[in-house]
Structures are given as structure tokens and as C-alpha cells.
Design a protein. Structure first.
Length: 77
């Protein structure tokens, strides 16, 4: 459940970022020499990298929280 919610947020941010970067292609052309502003390989690599890092950032705390005994967590508060 935590991974799914994280994935939805990461996907929404990635889609917004891709659309924004496609809208700013003139600015990006000056910043990245030697790469086409709409290079599909670059966009794909960035999307995959962001998804992997985001899912890992969601998975690690979820795994750690799943290992806590619920009774001990409730008793702590």
C-alpha cells in the first residue's frame, strides 16, 4: 500500500516534470550541449532513474515500519 501511494506520487511528479521540460526545450538546448532537447533515450533514462530512486525511497521506510511490532508501537504512545 505504501509503495503504491509512493508510486502514484512519483509518477505524477515525473509526468509533470517531463511536460515542463518539453515546454522549456529552448532553455534546455543551451544547458545541455550535444544532446537533442527531445532525445527519447535521455527522457527514458531520467524517468527510469527517478522511478527507481523514488520507489527505493518508499520501500526502505515501509520495510522498516513493517518490522515493528504493532503492540509495541501502540504501547509506546
Amino acid at each position: 500500500m505504501v509503495l503504491w501511494k509512493g508510486f502514484r506520487l512519483i509518477s505524477a511528479g515525473t509526468v509533470i516534470g517531463v511536460w515542463a521540460s518539453l515546454g522549456l526545450t529552448r532553455f534546455l538546448a543551451d544547458q545541455i550541449p550535444g544532446v537533442s532537447t527531445t532525445d527519447p533515450w535521455t527522457f527514458s533514462a531520467v524517468v527510469i532513474l527517478f522511478l527507481a530512486v523514488g520507489l527505493l525511497a518508499s520501500y526502505l521506510p515501509a520495510r522498516r515500519a513493517a518490522q515493528v511490532d504493532p503492540l509495541a508501537a501502540l504501547h509506546y504512545e
